[in-house]
Design a protein around this ligand. Structure first.
Ligand code: CAA
Length: 288
């Protein structure tokens, strides 16, 4: 397969990442079907596209024609069969739970055409952990976007030991077609590049907050004003989801059994209270 053969894209998951990845692909001219088991999430995603695209026209960032074409390219359905049945490329952006992803990949392998590449947007589950649930491991890789996916330029393409170079190359090419800057990781590593660097920063920030040295808000003020980051680590956790910080730390701890990999007390407290950040309207900050 070549990049020119990719026309239909299926995005699995209409959550934090999936809805924006779907709009990104539709803006690049692909026919996109976004699917989710939750009709409520699909309605929210469709509502987002219908308000975001006209807003970009008003802002002068898109022409009316570009916005209309993107909307016409985009469909939402709860049926995985309908969404993946004619896909040339699938981007899985479902919940970060291993058993769910393995089941999804087995289903996608059954449903999607045999030439289709199945990529996971997972930020920490390497694709070798799902590739063996399919009969096409050479067509499985990580394609990792950043939040908000419509804004952040980077995509990490991770080639596992099972991933063919052709699959990684097409994924790199697709990222470029979406207007992204892609980096090609030739080996799998937990957290890839960016989240490894980010988690070092977040771990230190959580340690300082857990020790009562400063509040999360003060630590954010320090990082934004001294290091020039657009947001501090706590506001960023609110954006990406404190539930995700919890799951990724648990996943890491279950693999390493190293107590220092356990989620920090503050993350456990927020996770348990259901204060997961922007998506629940409360995390380290409160949102309207
Ligand atoms: N969705 C879509 N577009 C958005 C957006 C959103 N949620 N939030 C902001 N934007 C757009 C705005 O429309 C605006 O676009 P234009 O300039 O083209 O008009 C632009 O972003 C700037 O927005 P604002 O002026 O409102 O706000 P800002 O300057 O504070 O930028 C931000 C907001 C882009 C989120 C910026 O704060 C930022 O870059 N933050 C850091 C984000 C980051 O580090 N992301 C990586 C997270 S790690 C991760 O994603 C790992 C993972 O595995 C999930």
């Amino acid at each position: 397969m070549k990049i020119e053969d990719v026309m239909n894209i299926c995005v699995v998951g209409a959550g934090n990442m999936g809805h924006q990845i779907a709009v990104c692909c539709a803006l690049a001219g692909y026919k996109v079907i976004c699917t989710d088991i939750s009709q409520e999430m699909l309605n929210k995603a469709e509502g987002f596209a219908k308000s975001y695209l006209p807003e970009r026209v008003v802002k002068g960032k898109l022409t009316q024609e570009q916005a209309d074409n993107a909307l016409a390219n985009l469909r939402f359905t709860p049926s995985l069969e309908e969404a993946a049945g004619e896909a040339d490329f699938v981007i899985e952006a479902a919940v970060e739970k291993m058993d769910i992803k393995r089941k999804l990949f087995a289903d996608l392998d059954r449903i999607a055409p045999s030439h289709a590449i199945l990529a996971t947007n997972s930020s920490y589950i390497v694709s070798s952990q799902v590739a063996d649930a399919t009969k096409r491991p050479d067509k499985i890789c990580n394609m990792h976007f950043f939040n908000p996916a419509l804004v952040m330029k980077l995509v990490e393409v991770v080639q596992g030991p099972h991933t063919s170079t052709e699959t990684a190359q097409i994924t790199m090419d697709l990222s470029a077609k979406l207007g992204k800057i892609a980096v090609w990781l030739k080996k799998e590593i937990y957290g890839f590049l960016v989240n490894r660097i980010l988690s070092a920063l977040a771990q230190e920030a959580l340690f300082l907050a857990d020790m009562g040295i400063a509040t999360p808000q003060e630590i954010d003020l320090a990082v934004t004003n001294a290091l020039g980051h657009p947001m501090g680590p706590f506001r960023l956790m609110d954006l990406t989801g404190i539930d995700l910080s919890y799951y990724s730390a648990m996943e890491r701890y279950q693999t390493s059994r190293d107590p220092k990999d356990k989620p920090s007390p503050l993350v456990v407290e927020k996770y348990t209270k259901g204060e997961w950040g922007k998506k629940t309207k409360k995390g380290y900050y409160t949102y309207e």
